[in-house]
Design a protein around this ligand. Structure first.
Ligand SMILES: O=P(O)(O)OC[C@H]1O[C@H](OP(=O)(O)OP(=O)(O)O)[C@H](O)[C@@H]1O
Ligand SMILES: Nc1ncnc2[nH]cnc12
Length: 186
């Protein structure tokens, strides 16, 4: 490589496909927007391949996706592994009998729900979402899965915001965490 413009490296990373929108949904929040990653076929494939990488050869029975962007990633991963997909949704969206769990996140409070018959005790599940910030969403999901007796083998995210501490919280629960990229600051 001589550094000449025509020799520019074209290998993009997952992070290269993510855009940042300042002050969304509130002033001071740097919103890490994965719609640009999902919209690009190479970006989407790269993200799915990299999310799956640590789980090659590992037994997984179901993929659990956290609303909303975890549904897109989790659905693609479940399809790739030939496994079923289970959604954890915001309150009031699931039609069957549910378990509920309240939680706080970077910019608010909410309640997550899962169908009580979605997972059998002892099933091995992988939890997927686009982004780990405070960890409130993921911990709420883990509490729901624990109540169902699921065996959670790990949590996979595209983005980690380390300054918000979610990774430390999950690792403090002895939960293996896999993230593809991170953004310092908030
Ligand atoms: O680690 P936390 O502090 O809990 O934050 C992470 C969560 O926040 C975002 O979702 P959001 O709650 O904005 O909901 P949406 O995906 O339905 O828009 C993101 O997709 C994660 O699910
Ligand atoms: N900064 C952020 N960007 C995108 N989604 C988020 N969820 C919580 N914090 C977020």
């Amino acid at each position: 490589m001589t550094g000449a413009p025509h020799e520019e490296c074209t290998m993009k990373t997952v992070k290269d496909y993510i855009r940042t929108i300042p002050d969304f949904p509130h002033e001071g929040i740097m919103f890490r927007d994965v719609t640009t990653l999902f919209a690009d076929p190479r970006g989407l494939r790269l993200a799915i391949d990299q999310l799956l990488h640590p789980y090659a050869g590992v037994q997984v029975d179901k993929i659990v996706g956290l609303e909303a962007r975890g549904f897109i990633l989790g659905g693609a991963i479940a399809h790739q592994l030939g496994k079923g997909f289970v959604p954890i949704r915001k309150q009031g969206k699931l039609p069957g009998k549910t378990l509920s769990q309240a939680y706080t996140l970077e910019y608010g409070e909410a309640v997550m729900e899962i169908h009580e018959d979605a997972i059998e005790a002892g099933e091995k599940v992988l939890v997927v979402d686009d982004l780990l910030a405070t960890g409130g969403t993921a911990v709420a999901g883990l509490k729901l899965l624990e109540r169902l007796g699921a065996d959670v083998i790990g949590c996979a995210f595209v983005i980690d915001l380390p300054d918000l501490g979610g990774r430390r919280v999950l690792e403090g629960l002895d939960m293996p965490v896999h993230c593809l990229c991170s953004y310092e600051g908030v």
